[in-house]
Write a protein that binds this ligand. Structure first.
Ligand code: FES
Length: 152
């Protein structure tokens, strides 16, 4: 799956927005696996205060949970440049996470790299309120986890 995403990324660079639509369709067809993280938004705000980042581990995969003035956002924790942990980075006023190693900036809404250095976008995930609490939706076919366990 990673190779397909890499191909689509390079194709997007060459062929433009038509390929981006294909990527969006591909992402829409993937299945999300849901994990309950918090009982409610109050608990989420306590665990992840405003303007902070928190690492969530799900099996072998780590997720970056960000709380900004625009809300909560979830992206892969591994920087697409050289795999630094983004939760060791910082947030800016443009709803971006800045990597601690080389200052690449990634949009928390789209995962797009915004500093113009042409890194692959981050995979974005979902955080939603359900009747059973606040759940994290992670795309299944990226780095599969062996267990249905998570930890902060
Ligand atoms: S490892 Fe993230 S910018 Fe280089």
């Amino acid at each position: 799956m990673f190779k397909i995403r890499l191909y689509l990324y390079f194709a997007t660079t060459v062929y433009g927005s038509n390929v981006q639509l294909l990527i969006d369709k591909t992402m829409a067809q993937k299945k999300l696996k849901w994990y309950k993280l918090f009982e409610n938004w109050e608990e989420a705000k306590k665990q992840v205060p405003l303007n902070s980042l928190k690492k969530v581990r799900i099996g072998s995969k780590t997720i970056c949970l960000a709380h900004t003035k625009e809300g909560f956002f979830v992206v892969d924790n591994e920087c697409t440049h050289m795999r630094a942990s983004l939760t060791a980075g910082r947030l800016n006023d443009f709803n971006e996470v800045i990597c601690p190693w080389h200052d690449y900036r990634f949009c928390l809404k789209t995962g797009e790299e915004k500093s113009g250095k042409n890194a692959r976008p981050l995979l974005t995930h979902k955080l939603e309120k359900t009747t059973d609490g606040i759940k994290l939706g992670v795309y299944e076919d990226e780095k599969p986890s062996e267990k249905d366990e998570f930890s902060y």
